[in-house]
Design a binder for this molecule. Structure first.
Ligand code: DSN
Length: 436
């Protein structure tokens, strides 16, 4: 179904923006580690008549009529999520990662309860306890951090903090940490202090299902993930959990609900109204794609590409946080380049060169989140495009030249030519009718 002709006829302005965005995506190198390119099948499921439906409730327990097909869609998405991750329970309704994490807080904690989360500046997420976020405002967050020297998480320090603070929940997971997370070790700590473990695998869920990262599913009580990052689906999220609440008698003695029921009722009716059925249809499609054997090759190539890109950058004299990566993302430390607080300037110079990434804080950031001293990049999108080790070398060279030039416009213009030459050979959505 091609709705582009209708869009062109009825709203030229939006149609034109869409075409220009497609061109931007085609011509540039996308290195934002939380972005990816979905398949055309995912796009089609999202841009479909499922968006016309309301379906408050859960399959077979809806508040409105006409949900017989939407029930099939949601059941399919749930079953595929369970098969893909090997989890006991899956709720596919969360609109995105932040609402999913919010639902877990709502399900498991009372206001002002204490939890442990990864410091945002060093690689955690806003919803892991930042003071400007609901998680930091409504609950008491004690942040754990990376070691100042190695810039890595040290499980012994997290253990000490947990024993001292006795939190009700410990969040594991990352948005800007280039190393692996030991979910088993987090669970051992959580069990020792009678806390829940919430593993937020939004960034790495594609790697987890592709056997390129340890899975938290055998260990963590609850696991959240967005569906659009390494998992390569539509914008959205899911929550997975065990069915039984192992801490029922300690934390929820009066509740008649098990863990899965606590989560479900926090999502609906606790926080959300009708699920986005068109997105759930697209989630089902994406899970089906991730169940195919070739997705494992994709996940492994993402990590391989990140390693090559990291090694090339370091060989060109660029300092990386933790001196490397074991996942899909890389954090460049601009301080040795005399660019402290100048991440935004280099991000803009790279935009001009056709390379998109984001400015980011580095651990123990000496400047501020809006003027940070680092750059965050990753390989999920370029790997989807088919790029491999040799392309990583070209990209590393472009990145290093722009950084070393400190944002010189003539260097960006020169790099842009090589980026256009490179992306020409990796068409996005070949044959998409709007390109004709
Ligand atoms: N905005 C996402 C990211 O870029 O990592 C996290 O929510």
């Amino acid at each position: 179904m091609n709705l582009m002709n209708e869009l062109n006829n009825s709203d030229f302005e939006v149609a034109d923006m869409l075409l220009r965005e497609l061109k931007r995506q085609e011509e540039g190198i996308e290195l934002i580690p939380s972005e990816n390119y979905t398949s055309r099948a995912v796009l089609q499921a999202m841009g479909s008549v499922f968006t016309n439906k309301y379906s408050e409730g859960y399959p077979k327990k809806r508040y409105y009529g006409g949900n017989e097909i939407v029930d099939e869609v949601e059941i399919l998405a749930i079953e595929r999520a369970k098969e893909l991750f090997g989890c006991e329970h899956a709720n596919v309704q969360p609109y995105s990662g932040s609402p999913a994490n919010q639902a877990v807080f709502f399900a498991l904690l009372n206001l002002k309860d204490k939890f442990l989360g990864f410091n945002l500046t060093s690689g955690g997420h806003l919803t892991h306890g930042s003071h400007v976020n609901f998680s930091g405002k409504n609950y008491v967050c004690v942040s754990y951090d990376v070691d100042e020297k190695t810039e890595m998480l040290v499980m012994d320090s997290i253990h000490k903090l947990a024993v001292q603070e006795k939190p009700k929940m410990i969040i594991s997971g990352l948005t800007a940490y280039p190393r692996k997370i030991n979910f088993k070790a987090f669970q051992e700590i959580a069990e020792e202090v009678d806390a829940y473990q919430l593993a937020d695998i939004s960034h790495i869920s594609g790697l987890v299902v592709g056997d390129a990262h340890q899975s938290p599913i055998p260990y963590a009580d609850v696991v959240t993930t967005t569906t659009h990052k390494t998992l390569r689906g539509p914008r959205g999220a899911i929550i997975m959990s065990k069915i039984e609440d192992r801490l029922h008698d300690i934390h929820h003695p009066k509740s008649k609900k098990n863990l899965a029921q606590l989560i479900d009722s926090a999502v609906f009716p606790g926080l959300q109204g009708g699920p986005h059925d068109h997105v759930n249809a697209a989630k089902a499609v994406a899970f089906g794609e991730a169940l195919k054997p070739e997705f494992k090759d994709y996940a492994k190539q993402v990590v391989k590409n990140a390693k090559v890109l990291a090694d090339e950058l370091m060989s060109l004299g660029i300092k990386l946080v933790t001196n490397g990566t074991d996942n899909h993302l890389i954090l460049i430390d601009l301080r040795p380049e005399d660019l402290t607080g100048k991440g935004g300037i280099i991000q803009e110079a790279l935009d001009d060169a056709g390379i998109t990434l984001n400015k980011n804080t580095v651990p123990y950031e000496p400047s501020s989140p809006f003027h940070p001293s680092g750059l965050r990049l990753g390989t999920p999108a370029i790997t989807t495009r088919g790029m491999k080790e040799s392309e990583m070398k070209v990209i590393a060279e472009g990145l290093a030249k722009v950084i070393k030039s400190k944002g010189d416009a003539s260097v960006s213009a020169e790099i842009k030519k090589s980026i256009l030459e490179l992306t020409k050979h990796f068409p996005l959505y070949p044959g998409l009718s709007i390109l004709k």
